[in-house]
Design a binder for this molecule. Structure first.
Ligand code: GLN
Length: 186
């Protein structure tokens, strides 16, 4: 049976992630309710607006079930606002503090090719849209890539968080990375 990847679909750019997940031969399941988090092989938290996503997570009772999913060892990929949702000040599962809209108000978006450690196959084409960066990094957090000295891709165990949008560039290696971690499912 092909693995199932949940995509948090409260708000933001979840559809592009579904396409990437399906291109890897996995099932994509939109997640809006706590019970839809059950039996997942991995979860993606997409970009969007972190303030709106936070309200949605609270409203729909998803905060605790999301933390439990992480505690069970389910791999998670957070992109852009998804990275913010995982941090110390939101779900509190990834030991980083993020700075929202860190690249400045003028520079709303930019693209760059970024080498990520541990990811073979050449640089990732990274699309940044009003992106955060990681301001403070806990001891267990591995920095996979930075822009101007600011971490924009990090990993802590089975959590991978990037400040950019791999899905908008058709980049599937980060999704593949978290899918490949599901050997220890539950
Ligand atoms: N600026 C948004 C926020 O702070 C994130 C933008 C994105 O996810 N592309 O929530």
């Amino acid at each position: 049976m092909s693995p199932t990847v949940g995509i948090l679909a409260l708000q933001g750019g979840f559809e592009a992630h579904e396409k990437i997940v399906r291109s890897l031969g996995a099932q994509a399941r939109e997640v809006r309710l706590p019970r839809e988090l059950e039996g997942l092989d991995a979860l993606v938290i997409p970009g969007g607006e972190s303030t709106v996503m936070t309200l949605g997570i609270e409203r729909d009772g998803l905060a605790q079930p999301l933390r439990e999913l992480v505690r069970r060892g389910t791999p998670v990929l957070g992109t852009c606002a998804g990275m913010i949702m995982l941090d110390r000040d939101h779900l509190g599962v990834l030991d980083v503090a993020t700075e929202r809209n860190a690249f400045g108000r003028q520079l709303h978006s930019f693209e760059t090719d970024l080498e990520l450690s541990g990811l073979g196959g050449g640089p990732v084409h990274a699309v940044f849209i009003r992106a955060p960066w990681v301001r403070v990094c806990g001891a267990r957090v591995e920095v996979l890539g930075s822009v101007d000295g600011h971490p924009v891709a990090v990993r802590q165990g089975k959590l991978v968080a990037v400040a950019f949008h791999p899905e908008l560039a058709g980049e599937s290696r980060l999704h593949e990375l978290v899918l490949g971690m599901n050997g220890g499912r539950d």
